[in-house]
Write a protein that binds this ligand. Structure first.
Ligand SMILES: C[S@@+](CC[C@H](N)C(=O)[O-])C[C@H]1O[C@@H](n2cnc3c(N)ncnc32)[C@H](O)[C@@H]1O
Length: 330
């Protein structure tokens, strides 16, 4: 995995709630175990045979490199134990809990207070008997017996002909920054293009209106988002890649991006800077980068270091827009 992600993950704390739970009453599993959406560093409590379900490419690969079997979604079979790690989306977490409850004898839910674990705890207590709970390190873990919780399943958030799902970036609406960038893209955009961090495909769907575009590669790390993008961008010029854009290789006439500035919970402009460095590497000599970013994000130096020509385009009070060209080769 890239040194960038290793450095970012080193900052995350290893939490020990699962180990504590086994010491205080959570029965040891007698069969297969699945862990849904664990971040790197999640306390796996010695469950080395567990299946890791993780749709975020860099995290998935890191678990895989540690010897774990990995998947992007929960396969349809029975589990003795399923452990759900809260995501930042309440609806996505509820959906994962419902999936786990349908397929596992025991379900554990673990999360930080900032990710709404207490709200999941309260709603589960209304629906079933919670057999145990542990609060520690600004978070909570609780467990209950598997059951039908179909009412917690989350519906797709579709609008204006687009398909989106809970948990993806800007689910249910076009992101304002992306809308600004889409409006600033030149009409004459042509050749081979890449959308780095393509999400559910909004920017890409706008690019497909340019007839001179010969190919569009959507590079996205979140499998769920990419799956939506496949439904939203149905054009034979489009190709879809579940990958880390910061480590991507290609050769493009233009790259568009509204780069992420979070790894899971933590905000970090290093990620955006790595996207800019990735664009420099993947652009042809006369290639162009079109980028939108929140006003407070310090990308100017990275752009100047990577490109011979950097132009700030008219943005607005919240977002700034850049057109950078002539990638520096050294
Ligand atoms: C700010 S969103 C922009 C999404 C989309 N372009 C749009 O306009 O709606 C950034 C996207 O980058 C994705 N992402 C985060 N880290 C990534 C990485 N290392 N490689 C590729 N995509 C990544 C996120 O999953 C998210 O979909």
């Amino acid at each position: 995995m890239s040194t960038l992600y290793n450095a970012l993950w080193k900052k995350s704390k290893v939490l020990v709630r699962l180990s504590l739970a086994f010491e205080t009453g959570l029965p040891k599993p007698s069969g297969p175990v699945a862990v849904l959406h664990p971040e790197v560093g999640f306390d796996i409590a010695g469950l080395t045979e567990a299946l890791i379900v993780q749709p975020f490419f860099p995290t998935n690969r890191t678990w895989g490199n540690q010897g774990f079997a990995c998947d992007v979604s929960l396969p349809t079979r029975r589990f003795s134990l399923a452990i759900v790690c809260c995501t930042r989306s309440k609806q996505q977490t509820a959906d994962l809990i419902a999936q786990a409850a349908a397929q596992a004898d025991i379900v554990v839910v673990d999360g930080q207070k900032t990710d709404g674990i207490d709200s999941h705890y309260r709603s589960l207590r209304k629906l079933t008997t919670v057999h145990g709970t542990i609060t520690k390190a600004h978070g909570r873990l609780f467990w209950f017996a598997g059951m039908n919780l179909a009412t917690l399943r989350a519906a797709d958030q579709n609008f204006d002909g687009f398909v989106t799902k809970p948990g993806v970036f800007s689910a249910g609406a076009v992101d304002s920054a992306s809308a600004l960038l889409a409006g600033a893209l030149p009409e004459h955009l042509s050749g081979d293009i890449a959308d780095f961090g393509a999400g559910w495909g909004y920017l890409s769907s706008c690019i497909m209106s340019r007839e001179a575009v010969t190919k569009l590669d959507l590079v996205e790390a979140d499998f769920v988002s990419l799956d939506c993008a496949k439904k939203n961008v149905s054009d034979p010029r489009a190709a879809f890649f579940w990958a880390d854009a910061t480590a991507w290789n290609g050769s493009y006439d233009a790259i568009v991006m509204n780069p992420p500035f979070h790894t899971s919970r933590k905000g970090d402009p290093e990620l955006g800077r790595a996207f800019i460095a990735g664009a420099k590497r993947c652009l042809k000599t006369k290639g162009s980068l079109y980028l939108v970013a929140n006003r407070h994000l310090p990308y100017e130096t990275a752009l100047e270091q990577c490109f011979a020509k950097v132009l700030e385009l008219p943005g607005n009070g919240r977002f700034k827009l850049f057109h950078a060209s002539r990638p520096k080769r050294k």
